[in-house]
Design a protein around this ligand. Structure first.
Ligand SMILES: [Fe+2]
Length: 509
């Protein structure tokens, strides 16, 4: 009771201090046209993320009408009706952090579902649901895997479907937003157009784009129902980005370092990511002794400029960089978890595309362009006998299932593999059959499989998401596809399921 009274007094004091800072003309950025009036001031919903055994991040954004500094109360409860509130507090927010609210709620119980909400001026946010990581050994861990949601290609129906799955967490592998201006990369016949109406460069540009994407109902529901564990790919900054530049960053667009800093600040403001003060985003999560999750940063920590051609891919260049690679190896070999899930942005497995792209036979933006470091990791997995490693991958707007070969050339004979790779389709970003007829795409899929015997499944024609069900003796990978992205309503159905038995880097149906 005393605690509640103190919170009320603090709320009152903070609200009054705000009154000194009335901003009469609060800037509108165009996204307000998509607000659902009844949800104000929490138009962008709620989110949670980075679950540990005793803490989780909760997030919201409160859209101001007149105040520069806003106080927001938060509550975390064991029940949906908030009769069993376990933690509560008040946070103030302002334009300095784009009116986002992020709380690292601590001293929680492990492996427990919690509900959370925010309160501003007696108005309640939607109720979010989250879950802490288990301390002991869970019998099963279910992870959603997603990437590549472009606002101009369609509605985020796959996120909506994923929200209804029974999950411990959602791993987002990047391309959460796209940096292009309207009409530059999207379906010109689809009514949704990017805001701001230009390519993202400034801090306000990036903030507005997150604000626009987070108004999609499917994305809001996914955030509301499950904790996210996110990593960025290139489009959170600019296409085919690396540490010192990007394909889509030109000299007349200003300083690249400044653009990266703007993109990063907006990302940390808008995503439920723990801000540790450490400058690096790569990090690890543990789900008891069953699963360790490694989220790798393959863009900004240590990625060299990509090679100009296939011959250059063999040169000594880095995807992770020395520090991150050292951290990754040390934690991989030290892991006592049965399964090691690697949050990976671009395809790790060798992939020969010579039959479908004779002039451009390997994807130089993927690990094939950084074969020197990829082969170092492959050798490490083999030499240290590290088992049950599963790379989960985004980026390609297609579904893939690889047995990562120990040796690419003799795999056909030996069948030896050192890891598994599961790649998730895009939420909406362009499938291959959106620029070529279906029958040509099916022929291309077959051609790619013919030159890559370690590739066990490929589908470049469907949007959706992947679910990994990890248990003591096996992992089941399920690909779910959406019937439509151009309509707001869609059916979601499972299109493929593959099983990986423990200690075997092989698929079975
Ligand atoms: Fe993408």
């Amino acid at each position: 009771m005393i605690r509640a009274v103190c919170l009320l007094i603090l709320t009152f004091l903070l609200s009054n201090s705000c009154a000194n800072n009335i901003r009469k003309n609060f800037a509108k950025d165009g996204t307000e046209k998509s607000y659902v009036h009844d949800q104000g001031p929490f138009y962008h919903g709620v989110a949670s993320g980075d679950p540990l055994t005793d803490r989780v991040i909760i997030w919201t954004r409160v859209t101001p009408e007149e105040h520069d500094v806003i106080s927001v109360q938060w509550e975390v409860s064991l029940d949906k009706d908030f009769n069993k509130i376990k933690k509560s507090g008040i946070m103030s927010t302002s334009r300095v952090r784009d009116y986002t609210v992020k709380v690292d709620v601590s001293n929680l119980a492990a492996g427990t579902v919690y509900y959370y909400r925010f309160i501003n001026r007696a108005t309640y946010s939607p109720v979010g649901r989250t879950k802490t990581a288990p301390a002991k050994n869970p019998s099963e861990v279910n992870l959603g895997i997603v990437s590549c949601s472009n606002y101009e290609f369609g509605y985020f129906n796959a996120y909506n479907g994923l929200a209804d799955q029974d999950l411990d967490a959602i791993l987002h592998l990047g391309d959460y937003i796209y940096e292009y201006g309207p009409g530059k990369y999207g379906d010109e016949n689809f009514p949704r157009k990017h805001l701001p109406p230009n390519e993202l460069l400034t801090l306000d540009d990036y903030r507005t784009r997150y604000a626009q994407y987070r108004l999609d109902k499917g994305l809001q529901k996914a955030h509301q129902n499950h904790p996210f564990i996110l990593i960025w790919d290139d489009h959170e900054i600019a296409n085919n980005a690396y540490k010192t530049g990007a394909q889509n960053h030109q000299a007349d667009e200003g300083d690249y370092g400044m653009r990266k800093a703007n993109a990063k600040k907006a990302y940390y403001e808008w995503q439920p990511i723990r801000d540790t003060g450490n400058d690096e985003l790569y990090r690890k999560f543990s789900y008891g002794n069953l699963v360790d999750i490694f989220m790798l940063d393959e863009r900004f920590t240590g990625r060299s400029e990509p090679p100009a051609d296939k011959a250059g891919a063999k040169e000594e260049r880095t995807m992770l960089g020395a520090e991150q690679l050292k951290w990754f190896k040390k934690n991989l070999v030290g892991s006592t978890a049965t399964w090691k899930v690697i949050g990976n942005q671009v395809i790790f497995s060798p992939c020969d595309l010579s039959l479908v792209r004779p002039d451009d036979p390997v994807n130089l933006d993927a690990w094939d362009g950084y074969a020197y470091e990829r082969d170092d990791i492959r050798s490490y997995l083999i030499d240290r006998v590290i088992k049950n490693t599963i790379f989960v991958t985004g980026d390609t707007h297609a579904s893939w299932a690889f047995e990562v070969p120990e040796n690419t050339i003799d795999y056909k004979e030996s069948g030896k593999s050192c890891a598994i790779e599961i790649a998730t389709p895009s939420i909406t970003s362009s499938n291959w059959n959106e620029s070529s007829p279906d029958d040509q795409v099916i022929m291309a899929e077959k051609a790619i499989q013919s030159t890559n015997p370690h590739l066990k499944y490929i589908n470049g024609r469907d949007h959706g998401y992947t679910v990994l069900k990890l248990s003591r003796d096996k992992t089941i990978a399920q690909w779910f596809y959406t019937s439509d992205i151009k309509q707001k309503e869609a059916k979601i159905s499972m299109g493929k399921e593959l099983t990986i038995q423990r200690d075997r880097h092989k698929f079975s149906n």
